[in-house]
Design a protein around this ligand. Structure first.
Ligand code: F6R
Length: 638
């Protein structure tokens, strides 16, 4: 989705802004632009296509301004084009704006502004923002000059309440105009705005769209997410919905929705800046696949040892509360939802709590039977996924306790939820989720163990499971050795049109995730099925030469999946099998053997050959694995 960057300091803003945009490229975009305040006013440079095209724009090297905003756009309203790219100016070139999100009532506001003489150059919803701010800015000026004559008309001039908090020099008029424009906006937004009358200030505000503020020394930064500015600072501020920040070089002031000054503390983020670099790998995706031994170590952290109970510093669930639960709901999107499916298995088997897993975009509109006897768990790598956040808000309204599982400290979902726990997988840059998925699987299983222990359901099974979790990092290292074998099979099948994935039990969940990975980055049509469902329809699709991937890690189900695979082999299918079981390998085209582990966490190992499979197929096809077409890393709109 769109990305935003901002800088105010003493250095030239332009290279810092472009560098920040490059770091946000992974989010997906189709055009890019920057705006700085120069000696002669506001400059805007933008174009369709890649961020690096900005370097070719005439005059870009002459930009000297040390304050600026920047944007990568992922088209929603209006096609990808130079005109529709951000930043957008108001008609008088007083304000420059970049915006992430969607303004739902933009038609209405556009009509209002058009009726008041404003002209529009783009088809975007964003362009109404600088013009609306300008409308209030000039109205405020008129109102305050007439207020000295007629003090009664104060509807748009400063209120006494605001004046007590907004001192002279706080760019009061600018801030008030931004606030009034925001009052009119319906939808989601993260906005950065420059005003040529205030060359030493930048204002930002957000609602349901991500934005972080990085605090530097004599300089400050804005970005859609942390990795974009991690090389400049490790200290971040996070805005809640409808909070405003006024940035200057040495200071950041925060205001609530009534423009009352508020205090905010920085949060220190301990991610290593080099973790957002490729570090010698060809792609972020491959690097992130290989980071999994370490990311899982970080996820496990010090939550338990072989002979100590699980502990989460962030949680304080009582036995009575857990016993009183009717149901756990796990809600997420895409890969995170697949991690949720492994959680269902763990909560039901280890804690005996009925668990439902839902896709967030469906859950929020299906009138779920959630109440105060439900615990609702939301999984989101980015913590910014619009549907997941909306589902969380719904569950809060219905009186349920909410728990977020995220990879990003301070992300929106973690600020909304009653409880938050973190995967600590480090920044995930590639669009296709790999290390975040395995960390989510591990964390949710540890959470299930934690609940089971509180409920007094400890067992030999749990003791074994804990030992197996602690051994996962080493076993992931072993699993990664399958890389060459997987690559060889990928070379054989990369031109296929359809690939099928089959499994039973947790292997079926892995089949879903393997199939999603393949679709996302290789653009090969793929389906996953519970192996037992094959005969109920999908087997009609199996014909000579089609590729079928079978996953078999559940001892009691392995024989059944083998016979399902036999059925496809009889019909001419090529087969790739991922297993840790002792099976007759001779009937399959390739068998990838992975280390044995507990079924609750076997997806952590069995997904790795499938991550590599989709990676090598995409590479064979010459595709951009990190930035697959049409996809965005963080889906911040519905
Ligand atoms: C697939 C993928 C997506 C995300 C989904 C949810 O590789 O990355 O399916 O899992 O968009 O994103 P988060 O976890 O950020 O809520």
């Amino acid at each position: 989705m769109c990305g935003i960057v901002g800088y105010i300091g003493t250095k030239k803003a332009c290279p810092i802004l472009i560098n920040g945009l490059i770091r946000l490229e992974y989010r997906g975009y189709d055009s890019a632009g920057i705006s700085t305040i120069e000696k002669d006013g506001i400059s805007v440079m933008k174009d369709k296509g890649r961020v690096k095209n900005l370097y070719n724009l005439k005059g870009i090297d002459d930009l000297e301004g040390s304050i600026g905003i920047a944007h990568t756009r992922w088209a929603t309203h209006g096609k990808p084009s130079k005109e529709n790219a951000h930043p957008h100016l108001d008609n008088s070139r007083t304000f420059s704006v970049v915006h992430n999100g969607i303004i739902e009532n933009y038609n209405e506001l556009k009509k209002f502004l058009s009726d008041n003489g404003y002209k529009f150059l783009s088809q975007t919803d964003t362009e109404i923002i600088p013009n609306l701010v300008h409308y209030y800015y000039s109205k405020d000026k008129k109102d305050s000059s007439s207020a000295s004559i007629d003090k009664k008309d104060s509807s748009l001039s400063s209120t006494d309440k605001e004046d007590s908090s907004l001192k002279k020099g706080d760019c009061l008029r600018f801030l008030r105009a931004v606030k009034r424009a925001c009052d009119d906006l319906k939808g989601s937004f993260a906005i950065e705005i420059l005003c040529k009358d205030y060359p030493d200030n930048m204002i930002v505000v957000r609602k349901d769209s991500p934005l972080v503020i990085g605090k530097g020394d004599g300089e400050n930064y804005i970005a859609s997410d942390i990795p974009a500015i991690l090389s400049f600072t490790k200290n971040f501020y996070f805005l809640n919905d409808l909070e405003f920040a006024v940035l200057s070089r040495d200071d950041i002031k925060f205001y609530d929705d009534n423009l009352q000054l508020i205090e905010k503390a920085t949060k220190s983020i301990d991610w290593d800046a080099s973790s957002s670099e490729k570090n010698g790998f060809d792609d972020f995706m491959l690097k992130e696949i290989y980071e999994q031994p370490n990311s899982i170590r970080e996820t496990i952290g010090a939550k338990f040892s072989e002979d100590s109970d699980c502990e989460f510093d962030e949680l304080n669930f009582s036995k009575d509360y857990l016993k009183g639960l009717d149901k756990i709901f796990i809600v997420a999107c895409g890969t995170a939802m697949h991690a949720g499916l492994t959680g269902k298995n763990a909560f039901e088997k280890l804690c005996k709590i009925p668990t439902e897993v839902d896709v967030a975009s469906e859950f929020r509109y299906r009138s779920p039977l959630v109440d105060d006897k439900s615990l609702c768990i939301f999984i989101s790598q980015s913590g910014e996924t619009a549907d997941t956040i909306a589902a969380l808000k719904l569950c809060k309204e219905k009186g349920a306790k909410t728990l977020a599982i995220s990879n990003v400290i301070g992300s929106s979902i973690t600020r909304e939820a009653d409880y938050s726990i973190y995967t600590h997988a480090g920044p995930e840059i590639a669009v296709a989720s790999t290390k975040a998925y395995t960390s989510q699987v591990v964390l949710i299983v540890i959470l299930a163990i934690y609940f089971a222990e509180i409920l007094g359901l400890s067992s030999a099974e749990i003791v074994n499971l804990k030992r197996d979790i602690l051994e996962l990092p080493k076993k992931i290292e072993e699993t990664l050795k399958c890389s060459e074998q997987v690559k060889e099979f990928a070379k054989r099948v990369y031109q296929e049109k359809d690939i099928f994935f089959l499994g039973r039990g947790v292997d079926e969940v892995v089949a879903k995730e393997g199939s999603l990975k393949l679709k996302e980055i290789s653009y090969i049509h793929s389906e996953s099925y519970p192996a037992g469902e094959l005969k109920h329809g999908p087997i009609a699709l199996i014909e000579n030469g089609v590729t079928v991937v079978g996953i078999m890690t559940v001892p009691e189900l392995v024989k059944k999946t083998v016979s399902n695979l036999q059925e496809v082999i009889t019909r001419g299918a090529k087969t790739l099998v991922i297993t840790n079981q002792d099976i007759d390998k001779s009937m399959f085209d390739m068998v990838i053997e992975i280390p044995n582990t507990n079924t609750f966490v076997s997806p952590v190992l069995s997904i790795i050959p499938l991550q590599l499979f989709s990676y090598y197929i995409a590479k064979e096809k010459g595709l951009d694995v990190d930035k697959p077409r049409n996809l965005a890393k963080s889906v911040t709109v519905e």
